[in-house]
Design a binder for this molecule. Structure first.
Ligand code: OAD
Length: 243
């Protein structure tokens, strides 16, 4: 396929290629995406993951979180994650910016991973800001919202809820990488959610080539230099092979 060769050539020539990943990179690991045909937001009202709803019903949202997100802790990296780690190891991409909270890029061996939407590793206290490993917090049954053992405040999973700001440092790093990149690849994301979906446009405005790899159309297809439609778990290993 010519586009695969074109992307491999772009990566070979680039000084700073950056990948922005979304839930589509983890569906081959058995984790549902949000807006695809089997997406989470087709089963669950996303308003239940708004931050105001969490403060009003923390126990309910914790139970929902455990039911929907915790299976992700068992998932394993798939060939898409492994190919991205291989591209970084070969010096062909300089970072992965991810909207995913599953930690699978790191487990696949990617070293420079920027987590824009938090992670499943921690819970954070909504009063004093203390952070605790989620595994520790979830040792007992979740009848109600778990409490901070320092100040007694309500704990929240350390993932970004709708209406919350993104982690400051991660967003700064991501914007800097978008500005510096000469190739920007958006992979397995519908590009429907801000501010992550502004990164490809920042990169493009600074002169980067924009590559979109996704099985369905995305919100930014009209700005792409190359669009590859298909499964990331097949496409990324083939690109890595061509390098
Ligand atoms: P979406 O569910 O919006 O988009 C995932 C995209 O991946 C869809 O367009 C699918 O068609 C595509 N896809 C699924 N499996 C694929 C595969 N094997 N190969 C190629 N493409 C595939 O997920 P995101 O764009 O990541 O926010 O969503 C962004 C944010 O919205 C998430 O981080 C989450 C959500 O609300 C928070 O939790 C804060």
């Amino acid at each position: 396929m010519d586009e695969l060769r074109e992307v491999a050539d772009l990566l070979n020539r680039s000084n700073c290629a950056v990948a922005l990943t979304g839930a589509g990179v983890s569906t081959p690991s058995g984790i549902p995406d949000f807006r695809g045909p089997q997406g989470l937001w087709r089963r669950i009202d996303p308003r239940r993951f708004e931050i105001a709803y969490f403060y009003a019903h923390p126990g309910e949202v914790w139970r929902l979180f455990v039911d929907t997100f915790l299976a992700q802790a068992e998932a394993k990296p798939n060939p898409a994650h492994l190919a991205l780690a291989e591209l970084e190891a070969k010096g062909k991409i300089c970072a992965v910016i991810t909207q995913n909270v599953d930690g699978l890029h790191q487990r696949a061996g990617s070293k420079r991973v920027i987590e824009l939407h938090g992670s499943l590793r921690y819970a954070v206290c909504t009063s004093c800001g203390a952070r605790f490993p989620l595994s520790e917090v979830l040792k007992g049954p979740i009848d109600d919202a778990p409490r901070c053992r320092v100040c007694g405040g309500v704990l929240k999973p350390d993932v970004v809820f709708f209406g919350e700001p993104l982690p400051y440092e991660a967003l700064q790093d991501a914007m800097m990488l978008a500005e510096l990149s000469d190739v920007f690849m958006a992979i397995g994301t519908s590009l429907a959610v801000a501010p992550a979906n502004r990164l490809p446009l920042i990169a493009k405005r600074k002169g980067a080539k924009l590559v979109i790899i996704n099985q369905d159309p995305t919100e930014l297809d009209e700005f792409a230099d190359i669009i590859i439609r298909g499964k990331v778990e097949e496409i990324l290993p083939r690109i890595a092979e061509l390098i």
